[in-house]
Write a protein that binds this ligand. Structure first.
Ligand code: EAX
Length: 323
């Protein structure tokens, strides 16, 4: 080998080594599989971050609740022992109370309405409340509208839900609302849910189609009612421990990556809504499509009066006024 070639080889080795030495691997966790909506969104996020930082940052994925339930993962992000979590808002209101308002049942009319609110001034203002609680909120992603499943019977109207023991998220706004449907809410971390359904510790649960699909709840639940009783927003959250080390340019890369992740995650939610219900039927679930939404809304009225007191009737109106 000529001297010049040796020098070139050494140089490329040195560049390779320094690039390798500078790569930071970030731990990202989420509740469902890598193929699910959370996995799709997280993969886009990580690919964009890796591209935008020329490989200085990349991710290691911990799908299927490998790092624990969502509450535990948020705590870990706060502590800095986990770098990122793509999580539903389920337990988030316990950390950042301003989030609770978006967990109100029947607050959003449909996906368009919900996404417009989250991406508009109301949703973006909520994101600014996170840093003082030791969490960085990069973007709203999405879990989807939640539907009820159970092992006992078809649910068409609230009377049908009466007396059913249903697992809920650790979310007081949900629990207060669901009690008006006659349900007995049983808060539980998501990783325990499949076993609880299998053993009959609870009769049912409620989750968006993408979660019901990814978690194979069709194996342990017979009845699916398309109640769409609440929108389940999600968030890409990051530890300030990592965020504070980023240059301004890198911060921009992370935020833009999170926005692209949200687009991809929502698209996967759309696809699952469009194709997943037929799949669940094929898997043996009995699907109730003619849910009496008006009766559920009517039942919720007492809880709604309390929400208006807690969150301000004007704030609820501001959300419903978004067109
Ligand atoms: O975020 O806990 C739940 O039911 C959530 O919807 C699920 O973990 C996905």
């Amino acid at each position: 080998m000529k001297l010049g070639h040796i020098a070139a080889a050494c140089l490329s080795l040195a560049i390779g080594a320094s690039a390798w030495a500078q790569t930071t691997t970030l731990k990202i966790g989420y509740a469902t599989s890598k193929e699910s909506h959370y996995g799709v969104g997280s993969t886009v996020f990580c690919d964009e971050v890796e591209k935008g930082t020329q490989g200085r940052y990349k991710c290691q994925h911990f799908a299927n609740s490998a790092l624990g339930g969502e509450r535990e993962q948020i705590e870990a992000v706060q502590l800095g022992t986990q770098d990122l979590v793509n999580t539903s808002t389920g337990p988030v209101g316990n950390f950042v109370p301003e989030v609770k308002i978006v967990d109100i049942p029947f607050l959003f009319r449909d996906y368009d309405h919900a996404r417009k609110v989250m991406d508009g001034p109301i949703g973006q203002d909520i994101l600014t409340k996170f840093p003082s609680k030791g969490i960085i909120a990069l973007a709203w992603t999405e879990n989807g509208f939640r539907h009820m499943t159970n092992s006992k019977r078809d649910i068409v109207k609230p009377e049908d839900a009466k007396g059913l023991k249903m697992r809920t998220m650790e979310n007081k706004v949900h629990m207060d609302g669901y009690r008006t449907f006659g349900i007995l809410p049983t808060p539980m971390a998501f990783p325990e849910l499949f076993g609880a359904l299998q053993q009959g510790t609870v009769d049912g649960q409620e989750n968006p189609i993408p979660v019901i699909l990814a978690s194979k709840f069709s194996q342990v639940q017979k009845h699916l009612s398309l109640t769409g009783h609440v929108y389940s927003p999600a968030l890409l959250l990051m530890s300030p421990k990592v965020w504070n080390k980023l240059s301004d340019a890198d911060k921009k890369v992370f935020v833009e990556a999170a926005k692209k992740a949200a687009v991809a995650q929502r698209k996967k939610v759309n696809d699952d809504e469009a194709n997943g219900i037929a799949q669940l039927e094929k898997d043996g679930m009995k699907v109730v499509r003619n849910v009496d939404g008006a009766a559920f809304r009517e039942a919720l009225k007492p809880a709604y009066a309390n929400y208006a007191k807690e969150f301000g009737a004007d704030n609820l109106k501001k959300i419903s006024d978004v067109k």
